[in-house]
Design a binder for this molecule. Structure first.
Ligand code: HEM
Length: 413
């Protein structure tokens, strides 16, 4: 464990946009420091595979930010505990996490997701029909596909996309660890708050419409969940409150907008940088699951996650005191040479690719089967239709640290 000034300055560099295109050399330097624990900061940063894996599975690792000493201090100073109502279940612990996750899980089990394949394939073909010689892989494929799918699943009208896409992008930025690393909110926090209020209002109106006129969608299903009484074998309290429905739809809409786009785009970029891999996937579409899993390891769409120690928690040789926050640098853990041979090589042929790209433990990504399917369909169709595609320029990156991804990926088809 290190607690000198150098690790602190390395961590702050994570926020510097200059590292966005290739943060991996910086992550390696952070990982070489071991766990970083700054006295007085109530924060421990883990970046080895073993440590991140252990925290994700630890029974005292909480996802509820209200359990942190820093949040408790702010509440004592008069800050409202939950200014927008309950958060999405990503940020809740049992029993609420368990109850809400169970209600949503049914819509994302592999069998239900697999049935969407023809529709996903038709969406991809339609998008690729519109592609001409020069193509931005983000606006032409990687973004519109997952957005259309999540809107269709939730029952959110795709025509409203221009309105809620900017709100979703701003909410994605609020996952960046500015407060953890600097003690202050990053620039633009008022805009992000306004986006959060707007999106919740938008969803509230949509929920009111679905209440009157239900559809075959997840939002209608959540509105109409009725818990069977315990006497009939049901669990009482299965219903969701209005605020919980809003928070759950909000979580799914943002997750559907801000993650799969980066999986598809990061895979396209890695394949184009190694044309033999592009050709290999075209020749053998069954390789696609290796490509998807290796992208989740090599260039993961979710670069870090956070946890709070609900009790004192010992990870390896480090004790995180109760109430302290932890950051788990998954993207650094995925290049850990103790676990991976040639960690900096993109090699879809690795045997049994391990990664934490969808998390691990009780909060393991509910959308994983859907994201895998969308990426597999998009990548096989793209390589099959455009065997000679090449990079037509350097990609541009958004500023996001946590949900890191490109804003533009120019390709010559
Ligand atoms: C490539 C795409 C995706 C990646 C890399 C990804 C990654 C993750 C990760 C790392 C977590 C765990 C966070 C933590 O432990 O704190 C997570 C949770 C979650 N993801 Fe995804 N995700 C993706 C796509 C999706 C999609 C398409 C949806 C749904 C439409 C979704 C819904 C969720 C939800 C609801 C959770 C919270 C689960 C819980 O707290 O129990 N994700 N995701």
């Amino acid at each position: 464990m290190t607690s000198a000034a150098e690790p602190q300055s390395l961590l702050l560099q994570m926020l510097d946009p200059a590292h966005r295109a290739d943060p991996y050399p910086l992550y390696s330097r952070i990982r070489e420091q071991g766990p970083v624990q700054q006295p007085g900061s109530n924060l421990t940063v883990f970046s080895s595979y073993a440590d991140c894996d252990e925290v994700l599975r630890h029974p005292h690792a909480s996802s509820d930010r209200l359990k942190s000493t820093v949040a408790q201090r702010m509440i004592a100073d008069g800050a409202p505990p939950r200014p927008f109502g309950p958060p999405g279940f990503l940020f809740l612990d049992p029993p609420d996490h368990t109850r809400l996750r169970r209600l949503v899980s049914k819509a994302f089990v592999p069998k239900v997701v697999k049935a969407l394949e023809p529709e996903i394939a038709a969406l991809v073909e339609g998008l690729l029909d519109d592609a001409d010689g020069s193509f931005d892989a983000i606006s032409g494929l990687a973004y519109p596909l997952p957005v259309a799918v999540i809107c269709r699943l939730l029952g959110v009208p795709l025509e409203d996309e221009p309105q809620f896409s900017s709100a979703s992008a701003l909410l994605a930025q609020s996952l960046d660890p500015f407060v953890n690393l600097t003690g202050a909110v990053g620039a633009g926090s008022e805009e992000r708050m306004a986006a959060a209020v707007w999106l919740r209002g938008y969803l509230r109106e949509l929920i009111a419409q679905r209440r009157r006129d239900p559809g075959e969608d997840l939002m209608s299903a959540l509105i109409h969940v009725v818990g069977a009484p315990p006497a009939c074998g049901g669990e009482s309290g299965d219903q969701l409150t209005e605020d919980e429905i809003v928070a759950t739809c909000n979580l799914l809409l943002v997750a559907g907008h801000e993650t799969t786009v980066n999986l598809i785009a990061n895979a396209i970029l890695a394949l184009l940088r190694d044309p033999a891999q592009w050709a290999a996937l075209r020749a053998e579409p069954a390789r696609v699951s290796g490509v998807v899993e290796e992208t989740l390891r090599y260039d993961p769409p979710v670069q870090l996650v956070g946890r709070i120690a609900a009790e004192d928690m010992t990870i390896g040789t480090v004790t995180v005191p109760k109430g302290d926050s932890t950051l788990l640098l998954l993207a650094a853990a995925h290049r850990d040479p103790d676990v991976f041979d040639r960690p900096d090589d993109f090699d879809p042929g690795r045997p049994g690719i391990r990664h934490l790209g969808f998390g691990k433990g009780p909060h393991f990504c509910i959308g994983a089967p859907l994201a895998r399917l969308e990426a597999a369909v998009a990548l096989t169709a793209l390589t099959s239709r455009f065997p000679n595609a090449t990079l037509a320029g350097e990609p541009s990156y958004k500023q996001n640290v946590t949900l890191r991804g490109m804003s533009e990926l120019p390709i010559a088809l």
